[in-house]
Design a protein around this ligand. Structure first.
Ligand code: ADP
Ligand code: MG
Length: 258
């Protein structure tokens, strides 16, 4: 049986006639955990918009399995947080858009479980405006999970959070993946996030490389992805990517050239 959930077939997208991504080929099958990694402005969010159908493609085709239950966690920065709702309301509204209707008991208890699991129980009645970046990120994750998606799509889930929160989010996503959820995320963070995923799509306007981190985290691929020379070291069995020191004299900030 074909387990393909989504497939980009030679897709290009542009804004007002200016091309943003070109000739994107990408397939995600059921059960995968995939990270699209690339620098800022490389077109990662554009790919997600094409996937969600919020942006028309200029050419090519985006296939989504019919009836695919998909939930999207936007980048924290892309959300208007002044909207006057509490944490519980914003999660409940993802199940039922009407704000003040009573949810059935099963849904209520599922939301309670989610808030508990994401460490948001104590914050349930707090206004979403009064949360830290990491807490806001978890609220949006709870909101997405309340819809019991088969495919969870996240844009920069570790974008503006501290190290501890990033670890928490990564562990939570790993748990969800082990429970059978398919996950597709974007990140510009190679070491903190991408290197921990089973499959990476190195991206800069198009797919530069696609495979497990030990295969794609290669200086040649990284230079083409990030436009700057990079070195790859091994640390505790994990690849660690550093800006290359091999090109020109390396100086600390404030040091003068002699
Ligand atoms: P990333 O998510 O990797 O940072 P984006 O997909 O947001 O990259 O952007 C890719 C390119 O498209 C960038 O050059 C960006 O300036 C441009 N772009 C993104 N959104 C818009 C928009 N709404 N209008 C015009 N250009 C856009
Ligand atoms: Mg983006």
């Amino acid at each position: 049986m074909d387990q393909t959930l989504i497939r980009f077939e030679h897709v290009g997208c542009s804004y007002d006639g200016v091309s943003a991504v070109e000739a994107v080929d990408l397939t995600v099958v059921d059960g995968e955990f995939v990270g699209i990694v690339g620098p800022s402005g490389s077109g990662k969010t554009t790919v997600l918009k094409a996937l969600l159908g919020t942006l028309d493609v200029s050419y090519g085709h985006v296939f989504r399995r019919p009836d695919l239950r998909l939930a999207y966690v936007p980048q924290v920065e892309a959300v208007d947080w002044s909207f006057p709702v509490t944490v519980r309301e914003v999660v409940a509204m993802s199940v039922d858009r009407r704000r003040f209707t009573r949810l059935d008991h099963g849904t209520e208890s599922r939301i309670d479980e989610l808030l508990e699991r994401l460490g948001l129980k104590a914050l349930a009645d707090r206004h979403i405006r009064d949360l830290s970046g990491g807490q806001q990120q978890r609220v949006f994750l709870a909101r997405a999970l309340a819809r019991q998606p088969e495919l969870l799509v996240l844009d920069e889930p570790a974008g503006s959070v501290d190290v501890a929160t990033r670890h928490e989010i990564l562990h939570l996503l790993a748990d969800l993946h082990h429970e059978g959820m398919t996950i597709l995320l974007t990140t510009h963070d190679i070491n903190g996030l991408a290197a921990h995923l089973p499959r990476l799509v190195c991206f800069n306007r198009t797919v530069v490389a696609d495979g497990p981190p030990e295969q794609v985290l290669h200086p040649y691929v990284l230079e083409r992805t990030y436009g700057a020379p990079m070195d790859v070291l091994q640390h505790g069995g994990m690849p660690v990517v550093l800006e290359s020191r091999g090109h020109g004299p390396h100086r600390r900030l404030g040091e003068r050239a002699s």
